[in-house]
Design a protein around this ligand. Structure first.
Ligand code: 13P
Ligand code: SF4
Length: 302
């Protein structure tokens, strides 16, 4: 296809790499240099030699890449591809809550805006959240903004007091235990793999809980042939590409993150050709948000 070869040509010409999250459209994942979960993509952004990073994902991911590599040009093809959960916490509210609670350590999920990161002690993704919280010497933690991931962490790190924020991901929050039970009855042989952003009842009924790459690895290694999946359905592109003869059912029939699906191939092409849309952040924010992200990168996956 012509647009695909043009993208390849422009990438070489500009020494650009294309990073894409597993929730992006298939046509984007097919044309990316790297696909991965939030942690893997942040790690690549931290060490790439490319001059330009085109981030096919949502804004907090591109911002994280910019904070880790401020000298590089970071492009987000769709300017308003945001994460509704990230917008559920503001810097002012986090500082107010922190004061109210007597100054606990602030752990912010990487799904936050840059100014929230700038007032956090350490970041985490769903892949390392348990290890991040376990690594802290402090006993009290304010976990921002996902209450489901925070609760999942609290259940596993028993020696900490984890204060939860009232944020959630609309896509994962919609997974309903009744729908899951129906699927389990209909497909009794199927194993259930869900993302920790899912509600507790759904997590408790799962055989595996993990990040997007955790779910991918679980399905790839399992000898089971049928799976019920509790995460955004874009993950099925890489799962199907790397496995054969397995069947999948998404809880509720479908799960879409509309922001992840905004980027089409044409937008990727326009992003590289016209340098759209460059992420710019205040130098002060970059300096303050760097430390918690860098600290997170040094912690292992769970
Ligand atoms: P992962 O870190 O598991 O890739 O998830 C990112 C995300 O946005 C989940 O909704
Ligand atoms: Fe945000 Fe949920 Fe979309 Fe992930 S799936 S980017 S948490 S809205």
């Amino acid at each position: 296809m012509e647009i695909e070869s043009e993208i390849s040509r422009l990438k070489k010409e500009q020494n650009a790499i294309v990073l894409a999250h597993y929730y992006e459209l298939d046509e984007i994942q097919k044309n990316a240099d790297f696909i991965g979960d939030s942690l893997a993509l942040a790690q690549i952004a931290a060490k790439t030699n490319a001059d330009v990073i085109v981030f096919c994902g949502v804004k907090f991911m591109a911002e994280t890449a910019k904070i880790l590599s401020p000298e590089k040009k970071v492009l987000l093809p769709i300017e308003d591809a945001g994460c509704p959960m990230a917008d559920m916490a503001t810097k002012e509210d986090v500082l107010r809550k922190k004061k109210e609670l007597g100054n606990p350590v602030v752990v912010s999920y990487v799904n936050t805006n840059a100014d929230v990161k700038s007032v956090s002690d350490i970041c985490c993704t769903s892949a390392n959240a348990v290890n991040v919280v376990s690594s802290l010497s402090e006993k009290e933690v304010l976990f921002v903004p996902d209450r489901n991931l925070g609760e999942y962490v609290a259940e596993r790190v028993k020696d900490k007091v984890v204060h939860l924020w009232e944020g959630y991901c609309p896509t994962h929050e919609a997974f309903d235990i009744k729908e899951l039970e129906k699927l389990k009855k209909r497909y009794p042989e199927a194993l259930v793999a869900v993302h920790p952003e899912s509600p507790k009842a759904v997590r408790d009924a799962a055989d595996f809980i993990g990040s997007t790459s955790g779910i991918l690895g679980f399905v790839q290694k399992s000898s089971a042939e049928e799976f019920i999946i509790g995460t955004e359905e874009g993950i099925l592109f890489e799962i199907k590409r790397t496995t054969s003869n397995k069947k999948f059912h998404i809880i509720g029939g479908s799960a879409v993150c509309f922001n992840m699906k905004k980027t089409r191939l044409e937008d990727l092409y326009n992003a590289i050709k016209y340098e759209r849309h460059e992420i710019t952040l205040d130098e002060d924010i970059i300096n303050k948000a760097y430390a918690p992200i860098k600290r997170m990168i040094s912690i292992k996956r769970g």
